[in-house]
Design a protein around this ligand. Structure first.
Ligand SMILES: NC(=O)c1ccc[n+]([C@@H]2O[C@H](COP(=O)([O-])OP(=O)(O)OC[C@H]3O[C@@H](n4cnc5c(N)ncnc54)[C@H](O)[C@@H]3O)[C@@H](O)[C@H]2O)c1
Length: 433
């Protein structure tokens, strides 16, 4: 243990991050900046090649951040798991998706753990960052890594620390976002605190890995449930003839006891639509139904269908059917000003419109093309004439869209984000959520 702490202290510790995607890439940058020799190990040869060249593939990290660290020999990438042999600390940032039945898909965590176990040596720190159900570190990592001569807290140190990266957030980055850490033993926590203390300003230790895993699920369930609530408030407000956006903005002036969430076309990204289902799955194994999560999932999953119904209603007002209409989606990314389209609700909106016989295009400057369901879709030019379409649907409210032109040219705009609120023009053609 002391040898490991000393290596962290004098920065001679070798760090390997498994998975250099949205979570792993910012982490390798901070660790290399702190003076460690860092290797990003990933199965994806494109990411490894680009990182090796100092070229970024993620919006929040610039090539200018990477290149000097690569050139200085502090940061490199590899597709070879053998890099794990020399590691003193390994941080696991692999995906945790759902399988077809919406249950946790643990294949990535399991295979990363196996790869570490095959190359393990004494005095190694292993931290899991992937979002997962409470109990994962204890039940999946520990049995694989604490075998034979490896005693937990003596020869191997295991911890969980949830990632809190918020893509597109320029104010809170890796360094200034407080980080929760939970160790399997006090020594595991101490080693984790020593490593992360070199790159994070504010650490929040908790009593166990289970507690740390649950913290992340509380944070993301909190968002999913509140978005579900506000989506239902939007549906109720429409029926009451009340402007939900006005209501939320007015409520948000209360200086205590209220936090605004905004409705939209449905959840997207790798976190909010998925993580709470890890918890509800875990609870089902304990014969407990996570009712808030299930209800929020039901409401949020129905939102793309509500958007399709709005398009139908708006076209009806012009004596047109969806069948045969040409519809343009403005934005396909799951959230404003990012290029990430994983789990984007846009795909369910497109699917719903296709089923009703519409011809659908999308425009998104950040996402020139997408692979979805075995098909490749390509964005139309951002200079598109909105008037060529029977309706335009704002799915993602990217800030660099020319909304005044859209309002001038489009025949109908279905605005699921209240993006046109401040735009002057003929609002009679705008239908809002
Ligand atoms: N993206 C976010 O905003 C965010 C925020 C907080 C938490 N998380 C969580 O962090 C974890 C990672 O998410 P991400 O968005 O970075 O995913 P990602 O898909 O961007 O990156 C994961 C990488 O892991 C690699 N990988 C998978 N299995 C591997 C293996 N066995 N060995 C080596 N490489 C392997 C993949 O090739 C991929 O490049 C997930 O659990 C996610 O829920 C994500």
């Amino acid at each position: 243990m002391n040898g490991l702490l000393q290596k962290i202290e004098d920065r001679s510790a070798r760090v390997v991050v498994i998975g250099i995607g949205y979570v792993g890439l910012p982490l390798v940058v901070e660790l290399a900046r702190a003076g460690f020799r860092v290797t990003g190990y990933d199965k994806d040869p494109t990411k490894v090649r680009m990182l090796g060249l100092g070229e970024s593939y993620i919006g929040d990290i610039s090539s200018g951040d990477l290149k000097p660290l690569v050139d200085a020999g502090r940061l490199r990438a590899s597709t070879d798991p053998e890099v794990l042999r020399a590691a003193d600390a390994v941080i696991v940032c692999v995906p945790t998706p759902l399988n077809k039945t919406k249950d946790p898909d643990m294949r990535f965590i399991a295979s990363a753990s196996d790869e570490i176990a095959e190359r393990q040596h004494p005095n190694m720190l292993i931290v899991l960052e992937s979002t997962t159900y409470p109990g994962t570190t204890r039940e999946v990592l520990v049995p694989k890594l604490c075998h034979g001569k490896y005693a937990l807290g003596k020869d191997v140190f295991i911890a969980f620390s949830p990632e809190r990266v918020d893509p597109g957030n320029a104010r809170f980055r890796t360094r200034n976002t407080p980080k929760v850490i939970g160790g399997m033993t006090p020594a595991c926590l101490e080693a984790t605190r020593a490593l992360y203390g070199t790159i994070i300003e504010n650490l929040v230790p908790v009593s166990s890995t289970d507690a740390a895993e649950m913290v992340k699920l509380l944070e993301n369930t909190f968002r999913a449930v509140n978005i579900g609530l506000v989506n239902e408030v939007a549906l109720m407000s429409r029926r009451l003839g009340v402007d939900v956006w006005e209501v939320i903005r007015a409520a948000a002036t209360k200086p205590f006891g209220f936090m605004p969430f905004y409705p939209g076309p449905g959840l997207g990204g790798h976190c909010i639509p998925i993580d709470p289902l890890y918890l509800s799955w875990r609870m089902r194994t304990l014969k407990y139904q996570a009712r808030f999560i299930d209800l929020a999932d039901t409401i949020n999953s129905a939102m793309p269908g509500e958007v399709v119904a709005l398009v139908q209603e708006a076209l009806n007002g012009h004596r047109k059917s969806v069948s045969g209409s040409k519809i343009l989606l403005s934005g396909i990314a799951y959230k404003k000003d990012v290029a990430d389209y994983r789990e984007s609700p846009a795909f369910d909106v497109i699917d719903g419109l296709h089923r009703l016989g519409a011809q659908v295009d999308y425009v998104d400057r950040r996402v020139p093309e997408v692979e979805e369901g075995g098909h490749t879709l390509k964005s139309v030019s951002t200079g598109v004439d909105y008037g060529r379409y029977d309706a335009v649907v704002i799915v993602t409210d990217h800030s660099d869209v020319d909304y005044p032109r859209m309002l001038r040219e489009a025949k109908i705009v279905v605005d699921t984000r209240d993006a046109l609120r401040a735009v002057e023009g003929d609002k009679s053609k705008v239908v809002r959520l």
